[in-house]
Design a protein around this ligand. Structure first.
Ligand code: AMP
Ligand code: ZN
Length: 461
């Protein structure tokens, strides 16, 4: 039995699927205009992990996660690069999927593109206008927030916070400052489609309402995304989908449960493109096996912040190395193929691990249990537990030989030398605590330093 924190009810609940034979989940996907950073990857890996768990426990799961391929940021990127928009979106969709695959994230069952669902969006907007929840003004169509008595139900935001949080420029054609755009006009050189309101393009929020309904039907079980999307994006999705179907007061008529992942941070601050404090998956993967990155992303509970550091990566690399080493030692043990059903696999997964995952995806506890397994089990029992747990977690999918054959630990010599220089300066200034902190930072990167007569030397530990 799965229990998790439902953002809609603001409490931990038992998961009761609408149809126990077919679980349906939607998670907001990326806007494709540049490389995904590790923070974006956290959302992808978390929802991939939920999908993996659900697939182990229910006979059928449909997991939908979209590609936002029409957005102003994409238009700007295309203009800067001097190439057509499609070139940008196709290139970065492929890079995104390749990067996420290297982190063990399976492709969702459906990965709908916004530009292929313009007709569905127009139909939904028409329904909203027909029910007086939206209005046309100067080529725009806006959702009228005061027309929805339940608006704020997901985020719990008050009316004042809604207006402030919507961060909308005061547009003269708006009836209410909280109203948001469903459709906006495009000029000839911008992407656009013919609509009852002229040549234009959809707002961002309506995409997910239209694509979730088309590919999952309403209501569906779980809607997910990063905590930053709860307001306004998810709040607006609820408003659009419920009001278009004349169910304004029934938020569960869209998605029964909502799951939000916490932020990945750098020195306590959210990793984001706008702050410039981001690391792309593309770069991190050069130095660490994708499974190490995945394990690190899962090392904190998904709702808690996860502070990204070399130390965290290194620690998880040590654990993964240990697991692969054990698998290598057990390589001569033959595992008979299992019947092709999940139940047989689930049986091989230690109960404590399954229970931890079913308890709001408690992955930190799972990592502790993995360590315990190495001490407590052996032989066939251990190998089975590792292989089938690995399958559930998206790790241990490689031949140990291949895992160890690639030297991902290529060191960043410039960084090491900069840190050694920093430590020398600290020592010269008699700042011994500072010098020790740098030594620890290097150790966290797997680098041990030695002071010799000829200066400071370093080696990999
Ligand atoms: P964006 O490309 O900014 O629309 O984000 C795509 C997905 O990544 C969304 O689900 C965001 O909530 C998520 N996301 C972005 N930054 C972070 C972060 N620092 N930590 C966790 N999730 C994030
Ligand atoms: Zn969305």
């Amino acid at each position: 039995m799965i229990k998790f924190y439902n953002s809609l009810s603001r409490q931990k609940e038992e998961f009761v699927p609408l149809d126990a034979n077919h679980v349906r989940m939607y998670a907001c996907g990326p806007t494709v205009y540049n490389y995904a950073h590790i923070g974006n990857a956290r959302a992808t890996v978390v929802f991939d992990q939920w999908a993996r768990l659900l697939r182990h426990l229910y006979p059928k799961v449909t997991y939908v996660s979209n590609i936002t391929d029409v957005e102003d940021k994409i238009m700007i990127a295309a203009k800067e690069a001097g190439v057509p928009i499609l070139e940008i979106t196709e290139k970065y969709t492929k890079i995104y999927n390749d990067d996420m695959a290297s982190l063990g994230a399976n492709l969702p069952d459906v990965q709908p593109k916004a530009t292929e669902h313009i007709g569905e969006m127009i139909t939904q907007i028409e329904a909203l206008i027909a029910r007086d929840h939206a209005y046309e003004a100067e080529g725009h169509v806006l959702f009228n927030v005061p027309s929805d008595p339940s608006y704020g139900v997901l985020s719990g935001r008050s009316r004042d916070e809604q207006v402030a949080g919507a961060r909308v420029e005061v547009a003269p054609y708006k009836k209410d400052p909280a109203d948001f755009v469903l459709w906006k006009p495009s000029t000839e050189d911008q992407p656009g489609w013919d609509s009852p309101w002229g040549f234009g393009r959809p707002g961002w929020h309506i995409e997910c309402s239209a694509m979730a309904e088309k590919h999952l039907g309403l209501p569906f079980d779980i809607h997910g995304g990063g905590a930053d999307l709860k307001f306004p994006h998810h709040e607006n999705e609820v408003a659009q989908s419920c009001c278009a179907n004349d169910k304004a007061n029934e938020p569960e008529s869209f998605s029964k449960y909502w799951i939000h992942n916490g932020f990945l941070t750098v020195e306590g601050e959210k990793m984001s493109k706008s702050l410039g404090n981001f690391l792309t998956v593309h770069d991190v993967i050069k130095n660490y096996d994708g499974e190490v990155i995945r394990l690190t992303l899962l090392s904190a509970h998904y709702r808690q912040p996860l502070d990204w550091s070399e130390q965290a990566l290194h620690q998880n690399k040590i654990l993964l190395d240990k697991l692969y080493k054990k698998l290598d030692e057990l390589k001569d043990i033959y595992l008979a193929p299992l019947a092709n059903d999940m139940a047989a696999r689930v049986e091989k997964i230690p109960t404590a691990i399954l229970q931890a995952l079913c308890d709001d995806l408690n992955t930190p506890l799972v990592l502790m249990e993995l360590n315990k397994l190495l001490k407590e089990k052996e032989g066939t029992e251990l190998k089975e537990a590792l292989i089938y747990t690995g399958d559930l977690l998206g790790i241990l999918q490689k031949d140990p030989k291949d895992y160890f054959a690639v030297d991902h630990s290529s060191v960043d010599e410039d960084k090491i030398n900069t840190l050694i220089e920093k430590r020398n300066q600290a020592k010269a200034a008699k700042d011994y605590a500072g010098a020790d902190a740098v030594r620890d930072e290097l150790l966290g990167m797997g680098i041990e330093i030695k002071d010799t007569r000829d200066g400071t030397t370093w080696q990999k530990v």
